[in-house]
Each structure stands twice: as structure tokens, then as C-alpha cells.
Ligand binder design. Structure first.
Ligand code: HEC
Length: 325
């Protein structure tokens, strides 16, 4: 239930960036105005009576109280009960709604620690800021790595404790673009004032661009480092050593610039083109002494990643060095 006109009064409150925030503001103003009415009404009556029924001179007798007016009392009690019911119903549905996240909500794991937040996205990327798509529900799964913290996002009217060893959750759907404060409202030691970050509410396109930029493996790494990283993360490790020992496949040490005999009896020089062929269609020309079991990486590694692997293979090959590569 929305309190009519609540939006107009929100100058007191932080900007609201989700429909849940608007819902809570309505409830807040509904209860606030009901309480303000009760205060003004009761104190106003008290003030009027103090004046009206005051003892006017010393000789006047104290005011005689009459009999209780049952109808008046009944009306008063019903009004008070009505007020209580009104405040309850104001946000009951909103409360239920905010308790259970929709099934399709994007799950972001939040880890609060002294004195920062880590946000782990479904694709495994971990960022120190919270990025979401407008109009899409997001569920936060909140944990703490050390002491009790909270995640507090005033623009969403969201406030949830982060408790070590116990996951808490909260969800929202941002509906206004912008950057909003994220902080903790539970003191956690010296670095507490610095425990702040940002919620960025994007369009789908902006979100995707952001994700593509931050997950770019080339950012801040040399080609050789990316090549080494791909060797570690793409499963090459399982079949290829880098110390010269033979596993399922030949060791990748001293391969680049070297010459190998294939099963078909042809000698092959390992150069850029051959590395590329080995990765995309490994079982076309197979090195003698090995089975054609290497996983084809066509579609899994792009051109730039192949270049990075090539650069890395050069860096671990004495034959590449001799050629001056
Ligand atoms: C399932 C095991 C397996 C995986 C995983 C694998 N390879 Fe291979 N690889 C092989 C085998 C076996 C050969 C030799 C037979 C052939 O040429 O196909 C080979 C050959 C190669 C060659 C040619 C070597 C030479 O001496 O000419 C290169 C280069 C290579 N792999 C690189 C990689 C890289 C880089 C990755 C990871 C992105 C990878 N391989 C993943 C098994 C594997």
C-alpha cells in the first residue's frame, strides 16, 4: 500500500534508487504522519484542557469529574487499534516482498572484512564495487571474513548485517541510474571510516562493457604473463609440463623454434603458425610418439590469446632465444 504523495516529501531522505526504497519511504511517511497526528492531537487536547479547566481562583472548588463516557472511550480505543492496524498493513506486503528474492535474481556474493567489501559475480569475477543492471533483481549473499559488519546502502534503504560464519541475504531491484554510497553501520575497528564503496546502477549495455573491461585478462599483464596464465587455467597443465618431462603430451619447454618429426614422418618447425595449428586443430599433424588426444581449442581461445601463448612458449624456449625472437 502506498502512501499518497510520499514521493514529494522525500527531501529529508537520501535519493531512492529502487522501488523497494519508494515502498519503504511510503511506509515511513505513513507512520510518521500518523504518529505526528497522534502527538499533536493528544498534546493539543491536553493544552486546551489545562487552560479550560484550570482553577480560576482560590475559593473555587476542585473540578468534579463526571462518570466515564463509555461511548467516547470505545471510540478512542477503536481509533488507536485502527491506527495500529493501519501502520501494520502499510508495509506488510512490502516486508514480505523484500524478504523473499525472486528466483531469477542475479546472485552476488558479498564478503565484508576489515575494512572492505568483495563482490563476487556469477562469472567468478571479484570486484570491490557493486555493479548492477537497472530493472533486474539482484540478491546479495552476505558473509563476513572476520568480525560483524553490515552492508548499508541508503539509496536502496537496504541494511543487512554481515555475520562471520552465517550467511545473510538481501535483494533489490535498482531502478534509477547512478552511483550510490555503500558502507557499514557497525563499528569494526580503526579502519572503519574507510570501509566504503559504491553501488553503480547501469543499463545492460554499460554493465556488459564494464564486465568486459574488468575481466580483460590482458589488462596490466604482458603477453608472456597472459600465456603463462592460460597454461595454468586452460587445462594445458594436465598434459604438458614445462620442465622437459613427458606427460600425455610433450613438455612445452624448448618447443618453440625446435623441429619435431610427426607420425607421418614429416619434420615440422614449431613457429607461430604451427602453434596456432596445434591449438586449433591439434590432431591434424601429430608429433611422433604421442596420441592424437589433445583437446582442440578452436572457439575456446581467441587470436590474441593464441598470440599470448606463443609469446610465452618463446620465453621458455632456448631455440627461440637463439633465433633472436
Ligand atoms: C588432453 C591433453 C592435452 C591438453 C589438455 C593440451 N594438450 Fe597440447 N598436446 C597434447 C598431445 C598428446 C600433443 C602431441 C600430439 C599432437 O601433436 O597432437 C600435444 C601437442 C601440443 C603442441 C605441439 C608440441 C610439439 O612438440 O610440437 C603444443 C604447442 C601444445 N600441445 C600446446 C598446448 C597448449 C598451450 C595447451 C593448453 C591451451 C594444450 N596443449 C593442451 C595433449 C594435450
Amino acid at each position: 500500500m502506498h502512501f499518497v504523495g510520499a514521493g514529494k516529501l522525500s527531501a529529508w531522505l537520501p535519493p531512492d534508487a529502487s522501488y523497494q526504497a519508494a515502498q519503504m519511504d511510503s511506509a515511513f511517511y505513513g507512520i510518521y504522519l500518523a504518529a505526528a497526528f497522534a502527538v499533536v492531537f493528544v498534546l493539543g487536547l491536553a493544552a486546551v484542557y489545562v487552560f479550560k479547566f484550570r482553577r480560576k481562583n482560590d475559593s473555587e472548588k476542585a473540578f468534579q469529574t463526571g462518570k466515564a463516557n463509555v461511548v467516547f472511550q470505545a471510540v478512542w480505543v477503536l481509533c488507536a487499534v485502527g491506527l495500529a492496524l493501519y501502520t501494520f498493513t502499510l508495509d506488510f506486503c512490502g516486508f514480505m516482498d523484500r524478504t523473499v528474492a525472486p528466483g531469477n535474481a542475479l546472485q552476488i556474493e558479498v564478503t565484508a572484512s576489515q575494512w572492505k567489501y568483495d563482490f563476487a559475480y556469477p562469472n567468478g569475477h571479484v570486484a570491490d564495487t557493486l555493479h548492477v543492471v537497472m530493472g533486474e533483481p539482484v540478491q546479495l549473499k552476505i558473509n563476513s571474513a572476520d568480525v560483524v559488519h553490515s552492508i548499508t546502502i541508503p539509496a536502496l534503504r537496504l541494511n543487512q548485517a554481515a555475520i562471520p560464519g552465517q550467511e545473510t541475504t538481501s535483494w533489490f531491484t535498482a531502478d534509477t541510474p547512478g552511483t550510490y554510497d555503500v558502507r557499514s553501520n557497525i563499528y569494526s575497528g580503526d579502519g572503519f571510516p574507510g570501509m566504503q564503496t559504491a553501488l553503480v546502477s547501469h543499463t545492460v549495455k554499460e554493465y556488459e562493457t564494464w564486465m568486459a573491461t574488468v575481466t580483460d585478462i590482458f589488462a596490466g599483464r604482458t603477453m608472456e604473463e597472459v600465456g603463462q596464465m592460460l597454461y595454468d587455467t586452460q587445462g594445458c597443465k594436465a598434459c604438458h609440463s614445462v620442465d622437459g618431462s613427458k606427460l600425455v603430451g610433450p613438455s612445452l619447454k624448448d618447443v618453440y623454434g625446435n623441429t619435431f618429426a610427426t607420425k607421418e614422418g614429416v619434420d615440422i618447425l614449431v613457429d607461430d603458425a604451427y602453434v596456432r595449428e596445434s591449438l586449433y586443430t591439434p590432431n591434424v599433424s601429430v608429433i611422433a610418439g604421442y596420441e592424437p588426444v589433445m583437446t582442440p581449442y578452436e572457439g575456446k581461445l581467441n587470436d590474441k590469446e593464441v598470440e599470448a601463448i606463443t609469446a610465452w612458449l618463446k620465453s621458455i624456449s632456448k631455440f627461440a632465444q637463439q633465433e633472436g625472437n
